[in-house]
Ligand binder design. Structure first.
Ligand SMILES: C[S@@+](CC[C@H](N)C(=O)[O-])C[C@H]1O[C@@H](n2cnc3c(N)ncnc32)[C@H](O)[C@@H]1O
Length: 286
């Protein structure tokens, strides 16, 4: 179906022009396209502005990769096995996952990074930074910062090869397992879509380690989709939580729940900012 949105990015022509459509389709799409065209052969179609923006593969704000990832993947293993399983299954699946995780930051990266003034923090570690889209947005919003993407070795290798241009000198990489290996000292640690993967005990373990590594006066920025305090919504966050239940050992949480986790690890001056978009920001200080 996504093929149709991409096909109509630039042109409006009758869907009845089967020859034109099929010429532009890949082999695999041809059968679906032909059936679709047969059904609606006399109508004229074009993308809406929103389809052009979010559903076509070539748009800078495309959500194509994350939708394709969610529509084709499910994982009924515990999270540790789940990440390992996705990474081991194939590099192609890992690429899809990383591109999918990256795609949201073209829409709300700036909002979560500008929710607080992060300019005093010069050296930032993005723990579990994946494909690096948030790190790239960070050095763009804060040009005096450097960001180190810390992730599992294979993920770092793929991020370097496919997602972060080598001329991006403000971004460096660190291969490691944040539960097993040491976390180097820094001014700020970003944990974006990390705590929602894990249960409370693992979150406390990780945050305590981050607190120990953090420079005095430094901080931690959590980027997560926040539930209302009474968990009555927002609907998207409830659906994410359901997804976390199926795919991980984590869940989406309320601001109070994140506050408790941060306090248990020793962080103070905790502030919560809702951005009005899908992801929000919480800052804690050491
Ligand atoms: C849900 S993704 C979030 C990616 C990125 N932070 C973002 O916001 O787009 C979780 C990331 O955590 C990484 N991760 C999972 N377990 C890890 C571990 N033990 N040590 C380091 N990174 C880990 C995964 O490889 C993946 O890149």
């Amino acid at each position: 179906m996504f093929f149709c949105f991409c096909l109509y990015t630039t042109a409006t022509f009758p869907f009845g022009d089967k020859h034109h459509a099929v010429q532009q389709a890949g082999q695999a799409d041809c059968i679906h396209i032909s059936k679709f065209i047969h059904l609606i052969s006399l109508a004229y179609y074009r993308n809406t502005e929103i389809s052009n923006l979010y559903l076509t593969k070539s748009s800078p704000k495309s959500q194509y990769h994350i939708m394709m990832y969610y529509s084709n993947t499910s994982c009924a293993l515990p999270i540790a096995d789940c990440f390992a399983a996705v990474w081991v299954r194939s590099e192609e699946e890992m690429l899809k996952f990383m591109a999918g995780q990256n795609s949201i930051w073209s829409i709300c990266g700036r909002d979560v990074l500008a929710a607080f003034d992060l300019s005093p923090f010069r050296h930032i570690y993005d723990l579990g930074g994946g494909g690096g889209a948030l790190a790239q947005a960070c050095v763009s919003v804060y040009p005096n910062s450097t960001v180190t993407i810390y992730d599992l070795p294979k993920v770092v290798q793929v991020a370097k090869e496919w997602f972060v241009p080598s001329e991006e000198h403000q971004i460096t990489f660190h291969k490691g397992d944040f539960f097993k290996d040491s976390i180097p000292e820094a001014d700020l640690y970003i944990l974006s879509k990390i705590l929602h993967d894990w249960d409370d005990d693992k979150c406390k373990q990780l945050l305590a380690k981050v607190h120990k590594a953090c420079k005095p006066g430094g901080g931690v920025l959590l980027v997560e989709s926040l539930l209302n305090e009474d968990k009555s919504g927002p609907l998207e966050t409830q659906l994410y939580s359901l997804n976390m239940l199926v795919q991980t050992e984590g869940k989406e949480r309320t601001p109070a729940e994140y506050r408790n986790l941060l306090q248990a690890a020793g962080f103070t001056e905790i502030q919560v900012k809702r951005t009005g978009k899908l992801y929000d920001a919480i800052l804690g200080r050491k």
